[in-house]
Design a protein around this ligand. Structure first.
Ligand SMILES: [Zn+2]
Length: 403
């Protein structure tokens, strides 16, 4: 029987020497990570965050109010072809960066269309956004869409849930209706919470059926939601870019999200920086960045594996992309290329930029939005760390502040 062998394996965040499993082909790598990375919060239709050098905001509400975009976001969402092309690019980017599970908010039909189109896919959690704003759906409209597309939702790699944008843009009625919908569907519910302002008290006054709800709180910068049974998807990259902040209590994080795969890459590409934020707990970071996301959304990871050439230090330091990516036993990436199209990560990033240029031409000012370079992203994350004055991590039961 053919086998996949490796010198070093990172299994559920633990490092093990010598690794061998039955595999469709005989192959050998220096390092394997099992399962692959999970990105538990991503907006595949976001191509512009209104970023300018040196500019940052105090909260998500301030950002949404004051940011200046080069593109009409509502027009992009309304364009199903463009929206699904962007979702497809984000799925391909995820695979090439070793992200085997990704959770998409945004427009349901566009994200579903992209998923169906790909011959080999990452695992996808689709959490369509419910929002009280023009161009977005209400909980009842979303339920009607689920009924309409039910036959396309039956896929072992797909999990469908609900995403409530926020307290202010959801409101008490949308929040409680969305929660009831998620409970009826036995589906996860995600929500931006405490992104620069404390919101827990208001959230609890709006919430219903928390005992039966699988809640993924996204960001949780200002409140701890563990006591209400929520899991927390932390997006250190976008938090640093937008607010020069990170979640300074590592223990509150259950998984990591990227927020904007097109602008700053998926979790798989941000691992070197995340390891620099939460030092001394490498195994726990790798656990949360892989298994953590699968557990957030109740998803199995059998057959999900990524493999690299080079030492573990080089791999975790960002010194190379995965050579092989397998999802549920199906090979998606071989020799750093998508098996079904031959595209590399550089190809996808190039096509994404062309697609963004098209979008700003048709639906915007014609001017490209600012996309932070990797070095710029790292600088913002390190600045956020220094502003936090270190992070609280727990090792062997003892909490301590590390700088
Ligand atoms: Zn978000």
């Amino acid at each position: 029987m053919p086998t996949l062998e490796a010198d070093i394996a990172v299994i559920r965040g633990r490092v093990k020497e010598g690794f061998s499993i039955p595999f469709p082909i005989d192959t050998y790598y220096d390092v394997v990570i099992l399962p692959g990375f999970s990105d538990t919060h991503a907006h595949p239709q976001v191509i512009d965050a209104g970023l300018r050098h040196g500019l940052y905001w105090s909260s998500s509400y301030e950002w949404l109010l004051l940011r200046e975009l080069n593109v009409d976001e509502a027009a992009i969402r309304a364009d199903i072809g463009l929206s699904s092309a962007l979702a497809e690019l984000a799925l391909k980017r995820a695979l090439l960066e070793g992200t085997t599970l990704i959770a998409f908010t945004g427009r349901f039909e566009a994200n579903l269309k992209a998923f169906i189109k790909l011959p080999v896919r990452p695992r996808l959690v689709v959490l369509p956004t419910v929002m009280k704003r023009k161009g977005w759906v209400s909980p009842s409209e979303l339920e009607a869409l689920f009924d309409r597309y039910r036959k396309f939702m039956r896929d072992d790699l797909l999990r469908v849930g609900v995403f409530v944008h926020s307290l202010a843009y959801g409101g008490p009625d949308f929040i409680s209706e969305s929660m009831r919908l998620a409970v009826r569907m036995r589906a996860p519910l995600g929500m931006h919470l405490s992104e620069g302002v404390s919101e827990k008290r208001d959230f609890l006054s709006y919430a219903c059926c928390l005992d039966n709800l699988s809640l993924i709180a996204v960001h949780c910068l200002d409140d701890d939601y563990r006591d209400v049974g929520a899991r927390c998807s932390s997006c250190p990259g976008s938090n640093a870019v937008l607010y020069r902040r990170i979640l300074d209590d590592f223990n509150r994080i259950t998984s990591f999200g990227s927020d904007w795969p097109h602008l700053i890459g998926t979790t798989g590409s941000q691992i070197p920086f995340i390891l620099k934020l939460y030092k001394g707990v490498e195994g726990e970071v790798l656990f949360k960045a892989t298994v953590g996301g699968y557990e957030d959304y109740g998803i199995p990871y059998a057959g999900d594996i990524i493999a690299y050439d080079g030492s573990l230090k080089k791999v975790l330091g960002g010194g190379g992309l995965p050579r092989l990516v397998s999802v549920a036993g199906n090979i998606a990436v071989e020799e750093g290329r998508l098996v079904f199209s031959g595209e590399t990560l550089d190809d996808i990033i190039k096509t994404t930029r062309e697609t963004i240029a098209y979008a700003v031409d048709v639906y915007g000012t014609g001017e490209m939005p600012h996309i932070p370079a990797r070095q710029e992203l790292e600088e913002y994350m390190m600045e956020a760390l220094s502003r936090a004055g270190g992070v609280k991590v727990e090792v062997g039961g003892a909490a301590r502040k590390r700088v």
